[in-house]
Design a protein around this ligand. Structure first.
Ligand code: GUN
Length: 287
């Protein structure tokens, strides 16, 4: 039997509607959440992501301020901008779109952001709070994935979860959140030996490695929840370009119990969760 296809676009739309009402309520009290978005250089994918984030913010009533910096921007220039935004009373959230050019020390830049304005949840203070289960701001993509999993499984306690991919942005925080939800978690990556067998044991699979079609139908336990964070550009034999995930969707949908499509699965949830984090930051700073 074919899996439930989890509609991330519809879920995100519902979240956005609720947030719009919440932001309207805040505006009546004179609080307009404000998000600063920093883009360094001309990376086309980053430009597209930033455009989507700014469009989403505006549609909800969050004020967004874009800071476009030259690809040759120095570490000092970027740190000065962050200092300015940290000190600005009107700025609730600061997002620095990654990746950054090679001359920039990313770890130092992330450490420079005020943790209370770190709407990506990347600052070591927020990472520490997450790992110790003491609050903090949670990264947007893993937060969105947990909401999608919750939409098809009310209780995941005791389930075997596999996270394929160990990035700071997705894989590591994803594993923390699944562990906190009571799953038995395995973190694997592209070099893991015996990945298909490990995957076959998992009740929940989250894959975020950027390798088109990595997870095949015969890797999936029948009935498993499969969440695809990958976004890869594929060219069909007739030369048409499309976006595909890290899961071989057309075959996996016949085995999984629930599965996210690409596009229309995790992507819209990442943006919705950025908006939630921005409103949360505004509420905590001046709610
Ligand atoms: N680049 C890819 N994903 C992300 C993200 O979630 N946040 C930021 N700031 N940059 C990214």
């Amino acid at each position: 039997m074919a899996a439930d296809v989890i509609d991330g676009t519809a879920f995100a739309r519902g979240l956005t509607k609720d947030l719009t009402e919440q932001v309207a309520g805040l505006a009546e009290r004179g609080v307009v959440p404000q998000l600063a978005v920093i883009l360094v250089g001309e990376d086309p994918a980053s430009q597209t992501y930033v455009r989507s984030k700014i469009r989403a913010a505006r549609s909800i009533g969050i004020r967004s301020v874009e800071h476009r910096l030259d690809a040759a921007t120095t570490q000092g220039d970027l740190l000065s901008l962050i200092d300015r935004l940290n000190a600005d009373a009107e700025t609730d959230g600061i997002l620095i779109q990654l990746p950054l050019p090679p001359q920039i020390n990313i770890a130092q830049v992330i450490r420079a952001i005020d943790p209370a304005k770190d709407v990506d949840g990347f600052h070591p203070t927020n990472v520490g709070q997450r790992v110790t289960g003491s609050g903090g701001i949670v990264p947007c993509t893993p937060k969105g994935v947990m909401l999608l999993i919750g939409s098809v499984a009310a209780n995941v306690e005791g389930l075997d979860a596999l996270v394929i991919g160990a990035s700071n942005i997705v894989g590591k925080p994803m594993a923390d959140l699944l562990l906190a939800a009571g799953c038995t978690v395995t973190t694997a990556h592209i070099k893991t030996v015996g990945l298909p067998d490990i995957c076959r044991r998992a009740d929940i699979v989250v894959v975020a490695v950027g390798k088109a079609g990595l997870v095949k139908a015969d890797w999936i336990k029948p009935g498993a929840i499969v969440i695809d964070v990958g976004i890869n550009r594929a060219i069909s034999p007739c030369g048409k370009s499309s976006l595909v995930g890290d899961v071989a969707f057309n075959e996996a949908v016949e085995v999984a119990g629930a599965i996210t499509p690409v596009p229309g699965g995790v992507g819209p949830m990442t943006i919705a969760c950025l908006m939630i984090n921005t409103v949360q930051a505004a509420l905590e700073r001046r709610g």
